[in-house]
Write a protein that binds this ligand. Structure first.
Ligand SMILES: Cc1cc2nc3c(=O)[nH]c(=O)nc-3n(C[C@H](O)[C@H](O)[C@H](O)COP(=O)(O)OP(=O)(O)OC[C@H]3O[C@@H](n4cnc5c(N)ncnc54)[C@H](O)[C@@H]3O)c2cc1C
Length: 410
């Protein structure tokens, strides 16, 4: 058992941290409040560093280290989230480096050649598109339908609460999308495919969110949209399982974002309570404060370890290690995704309390972190309760299965 990063991983972590501190920390508030977008030049600088290439193989324009893709993805997002606490840029990036892993594994050669180099170079956005107005947890009941027309499907339907609708439409790119090709078969009639955001017949709208203001969230409307079959991910009517495998990847990087942000918030709070003097002593000298910080730190360290394990498990699984089952991965990932956003919000909230009235102002980034991380508590990439269902189903057994076909893996 080895808990150390390789020298190359450590070097990469240092590189991304330096970038994050120098380039992102100074503009995080402007992304959140003024620009409501991530500047193109920042995306370009990230692309130049190779950030969007960490999970894409060399033959598709990337620089992935085979067998370590998830570990590099996790390190990258953790460090970006430390610098951009609103979570806009970490989320933009985690989508762009998470979903290509699924395209590499399940996409057609033609689609990989067309799409992956543009994502690796930072030119295109690559997101996920499952949720519908009827609900995000109950994916077996989605209503978007594609009718088979030979070499393409004609798609009609609606998606909701999708990250990056504006970015994909304006910059280029698209979303891995779940839709029904045999609606009568329930979740066994769902197919997963890449939908270019600019496919004719597609329109989008945006919501007014409480956080993550630099990244759009919105809905797609599909009216007789032609989606070429070359964009399929996996097989027709087997898309549900590919989608769930992708969620495991995405939930690792989401957890990394939450833990990176939490780590930074805790450091900000630690520094503050050491220098704030009340009743003749530093605030840190009161156990109500120092014990809570100790507890938060302990939970953070435990979750970071669990996340390393889960990322390693996916890398091992994808490299052919048969001793790791898909069920084991589901459970490990669900533990991280259930608890990392909650801890992120708790640590931001505790920090606001230590700062007193100052914590209620925008002079600290804590409220920004709280608003951004909250997106992952309420549901993005799978709600808290759904994670608990996955854990309970695995640990307790079939008696704990309330339904089949929702957020299930292979
Ligand atoms: C900022 C943001 C960005 C998002 N980006 C994307 C995106 O890029 N792509 C995408 O496809 N989706 C995206 N989503 C949607 C997200 O995936 C959904 O919010 C999530 O799946 C939950 O779906 P819902 O919001 O429809 O809630 P519902 O499914 O209606 O659930 C409501 C609540 O009930 C809980 N719940 C559901 N079932 C059970 C049960 N059986 N037992 C107990 N509790 C239950 C849920 O955990 C949730 O708390 C985003 C959401 C947010 C907030």
């Amino acid at each position: 058992m080895d808990f150390e990063m390789t020298p190359e991983q450590q070097l990469w972590k240092n590189t991304v941290r330096e970038f994050s501190e120098a380039e992102l920390e100074p503009i995080a508030r402007q992304i959140d409040e003024e620009w409501h977008a991530i500047p193109d030049e920042i995306i370009q600088k990230m692309a130049d560093l190779g950030i969007f290439a960490v999970t894409i193989p060399e033959e598709y324009g990337g620089m992935a280290m085979p067998g370590e893709e998830m570990q590099y993805a996790m390190i990258t997002i953790h460090e970006l989230a430390r610098g951009e606490l609103s979570m806009s840029l970490p989320v933009y990036t985690l989508l762009c480096i998470g979903w290509p892993i699924i395209m590499v594994k399940y996409g057609t050669e033609e689609a990989k050649q067309e799409i992956l180099p543009k994502v690796a170079s930072g030119e295109w956005f690559f997101g996920i598109n499952t949720t519908e107005p009827g609900g995000g947890s109950d994916l077996a009941n989605i209503k978007t339908v594609g009718v088979d027309k030979g070499d393409h499907w004609v798609v009609n339907g609606e998606k909701a609460y999708i990250s990056g609708v504006r970015e994909a439409t304006e910059r280029g790119g698209g979303h891995a999308t779940l839709f029904k090709t045999s609606p009568e078969l329930g979740y066994k009639g769902a197919t997963f495919a890449y939908f270019p955001a600019n496919a004719p017949g597609t329109t989008y709208s945006t919501y007014s969110d409480m956080g993550r203001m630099g990244l759009s969230t919105g809905g797609f409307l599909y009216k007789d949209v032609k989606i070429p079959k070359k964009y399929i991910l996996g097989e027709e009517n087997k898309g549900f399982y590919v989608n769930m495998e992708g969620f495991n990847v995405a939930r690792i990087v989401v957890s990394a974002a939450c833990l990176g942000g939490a780590e930074k918030c805790l450091e900000i709070s630690r520094d503050y309570v050491k220098q704030r003097v009340l009743f003749g002593r530093p605030l840190a000298n009161f156990e109500a404060i120092s014990f809570e910080i100790a507890d938060d730190y302990a939970q953070l360290e435990m979750l970071k370890l669990m996340l390393h394990k889960a990322a390693w498990m996916i890398d091992q699984f994808n490299s052919g290690n048969t001793s790791i089952t898909y069920k084991d991965i589901n459970k490990a990932v669900a533990i991280c995704k259930a608890h990392s956003p909650m801890l992120g919000v708790d640590i931001a909230k505790h920090g606001m309390m230590y700062h007193g009235a100052f914590g209620y102002t925008k002079d600290t980034p804590l409220e920004m972190a709280l608003r951004g991380t909250m997106s992952y508590v309420v549901g993005a990439e799978g709600g808290y309760h759904i994670m608990k269902i996955i854990i309970a189903r695995d640990y307790i057994g079939d008696e704990a299965v309330p339904f089949r076909g929702t957020q299930e893996g292979h």
